[in-house]
Design a protein around this ligand. Structure first.
Ligand code: B1M
Length: 214
């Protein structure tokens, strides 16, 4: 039963049918926990993997990439508020953005929603965030953690530049840095002197929670 609804939602997204996808997401929400919000978000991510493969293989073009992203965003907007019922804990402030040159924000937003539901106050710096804006946010808000999301190989170098600037400005030892996004790896995080790489939003939230509470 749970699998049926999830498969239906994935198929409607991959048919690029906005109305049917929204209807299927609403069925999931009405299922009262038969399908969890986490399972629904994972299913959307799986469908987007298929989108990425079709785009990479030349079967789909930019129009389909853009529209599938819009459908996924609309679906996430329905699901996200259901995550934000977590806790009354106040774990502290973190700042998160997608690096300069990169407009992908679905994964960043999922991470932000999980972090908020875990009890963090999150400053969302948005997408295409310049190095100066990351540094400015660190100076202004003194967050405990700086998070950078990156989906494009060509923009991954931005992460190292931000960390280098944190070092230059004497800020690096005052803050933990976590990075995530499909084009990154734990090895890359090590190379650029980030404190952690998160393969997904749940792991990312667990990592920052441990940093704060241990
Ligand atoms: Co783009 N795109 N895209 N795209 N797009 C990818 C990333 C790509 C892999 C597709 C492909 O070719 N197979 C490819 C990048 C290849 C590479 O460099 N390695 C690509 C490309 C090439 C492009 C363009 C250059 C296409 C073009 O114009 N020719 C262009 C770039 C525009 C730009 O940014 N300057 C482009 C544009 C777009 C859209 C705008 C149309 C749209 C994004 C819509 C949006 O985000 N609002 C889009 C989409 C939808 C994708 C795919 C299909 C899906 C991405 C996504 O949202 N996945 C993607 C294919 C793929 O990823 N396989 C693709 C779901 C999301 C939940 O996953 O973001 O990985 P992800 O987040 C995960 C984890 O990584 C982690 O948690 C999340 C959930 O658990 N995570 C974090 C992410 N950030 C984190 C931060 C953390 C912690 C965890 O802490 C800070």
């Amino acid at each position: 039963m749970a699998n049926d609804i999830l498969e239906k939602m994935k198929s409607s997204l991959l048919d690029l049918d906005m109305d049917a996808t929204i209807e299927n997401v609403n069925s999931i929400i009405r299922s009262d926990g038969t399908v969890s919000v986490q399972e629904a978000i994972d299913a959307i991510s799986e469908a987007l993997q298929v989108v990425g493969k079709r785009f990479q293989d030349g079967d789909w073009f930019l129009t389909e990439l853009v529209y599938s992203g819009e459908i996924a965003k609309a679906a996430m907007e329905l699901l996200s508020p259901l995550l934000a019922v977590g806790t009354s804990q106040q774990l502290g402030t973190i700042a998160v953005g997608t690096v300069a040159g990169d407009l992908h924000d679905l994964g960043k937003n999922i991470f932000i929603n999980f972090a908020r539901s875990a009890g963090f106050e999150v400053i969302d710096l948005g997408v295409d965030v310049a190095k100066e804006k990351f540094i400015g946010a660190v100076k202004e808000h003194s967050p405990l953690v700086l998070g950078m999301s990156c989906l494009l190989t060509v923009t991954a170098g931005e992460i190292g530049k931000v960390i280098e600037e944190l070092i230059n400005q004497g800020l690096r030892d005052k803050i933990k840095v976590i990075i995530g996004g499909a084009c990154l790896t734990a090895g890359f995080a090590k190379d650029v002197d980030a404190d952690a790489f998160a393969p997904d939003a749940v792991t990312g939230t667990d990592i920052i929670r441990k940093w704060i509470t241990l």
